[in-house]
Design a protein around this ligand. Structure first.
Ligand code: SAM
Length: 298
């Protein structure tokens, strides 16, 4: 693939600007650029040499040892992430990579004794990140920085999946409860959003969770009538209070001193962003580098 047209290429040849690697083994040449030609205000102030932080070529080899396929064309070497993490954090600190990809940042953070959180939207989570981190924990991953930090394995992680959006807009633009939620999921999600501990009772159908020993929550997609609410109110009694989150109620909300009535969508609309499950920051918006072949060790 040609990065430049033929006249430009011939000019580069005449000016001896093409670098084919130390042994001339590159399939594509690199263009030599000189500091004297760089705009003065944009000159980098630090230089990380390939001997210190390695290069994409090495990262590809690291990937090949871990995975049959290459998930990314320009993976980062573990040594590079080791330098970044050692500059910015201390052992025990939390490292967040919200675009986890193949999980290099988390794997390096783990081997360096940092805690980590990785977030990944795509399939890489179960195809790459989880198997990779399992190998790290079992001490099977002896690639990357493992030898340098004498990595022997250890530690652990939890793998959580984000639930779908709890609220969705229906065809008329009204907020409704997402049909993907069953009764238990809905009760658990509402407990979380309303600050209650989910702990469904075996005895009382209306007791889904609690915020104290005497304050409880009941979540239902039903519409509650005045009589139903009166019966629940009697069971709750004067010593306890109950928050009822329901689809609708046909009663005076103030009629029962021990009950607080809330309609589900309205009660939680302000608490989160709803109805888009990717919370998309699209990395496609970032400019793409046409050919990101790395620099050879100098
Ligand atoms: C180039 S990779 C990042 C590499 C990684 N940070 C590392 O340590 O090697 C970018 C990843 O971000 C993921 N991604 C894109 N948009 C996302 C989003 N909104 N939330 C989570 N992950 C997202 C992509 O699926 C892709 O796997």
């Amino acid at each position: 693939m040609w990065a430049y047209g033929q006249p430009e290429y011939l000019k580069h040849v005449r000016e001896d600007r093409l670098w084919w690697g130390k042994t001339g083994n590159y399939k594509l040449p690199k263009l030599k650029r000189f500091r004297s030609e760089a705009p003065s205000e944009l000159v980098p102030r630090t230089l990380w040499q390939a001997e210190e932080v390695s290069q994409t070529r090495t990262a590809r080899q690291e990937m090949k040892l871990l995975f049959a396929d290459e998930p990314f064309s320009t993976p980062k070497p573990e040594k590079l992430m080791q330098k970044v993490i050692s500059l910015a954090t201390n052992p025990g600190d939390l490292v967040l990579d919200s675009f986890a990809g193949s999980g290099t940042t988390g794997a390096v953070a783990h081997k360096m004794g940092r805690r980590w959180i990785m977030v990944e939207l795509g399939e890489h989570c179960h195809t790459h990140i989880v198997p990779r981190l399992k190998k790290v924990i079992d001490g099977e991953d002896q690639g990357g920085i493992s030898k340098a930090v004498n990595w022997q394995g250890g530690g652990g992680f939890r793998y959580l999946r984000l639930a779908p959006s709890l609220l969705k807009k229906d065809q008329w633009g009204n907020w409704v409860i997402n049909p993907a939620y069953n009764a238990e999921m809905l009760a658990e999600a509402m407990c979380k959003h309303m600050g209650f501990t989910y702990a469904p009772s075996q005895t009382y159908y209306w007791m889904h969770g609690h915020s104290s020993e005497t304050d409880f929550i009941y979540v239902t997609t039903g519409s509650l009538s005045h009589d139903q609410l009166r019966l629940i109110g009697e069971e709750v009694g004067g010593e306890r209070s109950l928050l009822i989150c329901c689809k609708a109620f046909m009663a005076d909300a103030e009629a029962f001193p021990n009950l607080t009535l809330k309609k589900i969508p309205r009660a939680i609309l302000g608490k989160c962003e709803w109805d888009h499950d990717d919370y998309s920051f699209s990395i496609d918006l970032l400019a793409e580098t046409p050919d990101d072949e790395p620099l050879e060790d100098q």
